[in-house]
Design a protein around this ligand. Structure first.
Ligand code: HEC
Length: 169
């Protein structure tokens, strides 16, 4: 569904931290607040390892304009030196596959979700990022840059799920 994030392969610890964020109001979303409030810590943990170990194909989406995707690819790789902004890949991995519990995977994620996340940081509605690192990034991005980088990440293939220590025997 449009704007609903892909959870398959999401790092388990990152997942749990986001549920906690909806509960404590550092991430604001009406629907997720209702759902998260009903989850115990044990349920959140169980769901986190379930989704972390899940592999699914990427849903079909109509590809964005090639020029838009190319502009997003450039921003992801080299950032915007005029604004002292580093490339997204510096933290999210060169292929957007993320790294550990701190840097979520962006490859194959819903473009609309990425846009909404960045706009929430700009608006100050999402505050659970450590040291405000993503708020800094988002505040430097124009609406056009947000759209292009979101389209770029949605266009990337999903590789193997992020390694999750919890999922291993
Ligand atoms: C300096 C490191 C850094 C850079 C550069 C960076 N990010 Fe992030 N990003 C993070 C961290 C850390 C988080 C996790 C925040 C949290 O815990 O809520 C994050 C989270 C996100 C999320 C939320 C994903 C989800 O599933 O909840 C999106 C979307 C995102 N970043 C997009 C971008 C884009 C697009 C760029 C480049 C324009 C970028 N980031 C550059 C560190 C970075």
């Amino acid at each position: 569904m449009r704007g609903i994030p892909r959870l398959a392969g999401l790092n388990a610890e990152y997942f749990e931290r986001q549920i906690e964020g909806f509960k404590n109001g550092t991430r604001r979303n009406r629907i997720m607040l209702m759902i998260a409030s009903d989850l115990s810590d044990a349920e959140s943990k169980a769901l986190a390892s379930y989704y972390a170990g899940m592999t699914t194909l990427k849903p079909e989406t109509s590809p964005a304009d090639q020029a838009v995707i190319a502009a997003g690819a450039k921003l992801a790789a080299t950032g915007d030196p005029s604004k002292d902004l580093q490339g997204c890949g510096q933290c999210h991995g060169a292929e957007g596959l993320g790294a550990g519990a701190d840097f979520p995977r962006l490859a194959g994620q819903s473009a609309l979700y990425i846009e909404k996340a960045l706009q929430s940081w700009k608006a100050g509605d999402r505050k659970n990022d450590r040291d405000g690192v993503m708020a800094d990034v988002a505040n430097k991005l124009t609406d056009d840059q947000i759209k292009s980088v979101a389209a770029y990440y949605e266009s990337l293939p999903i590789a193997a799920p992020a390694p999750s220590p919890e999922a291993k025997p």
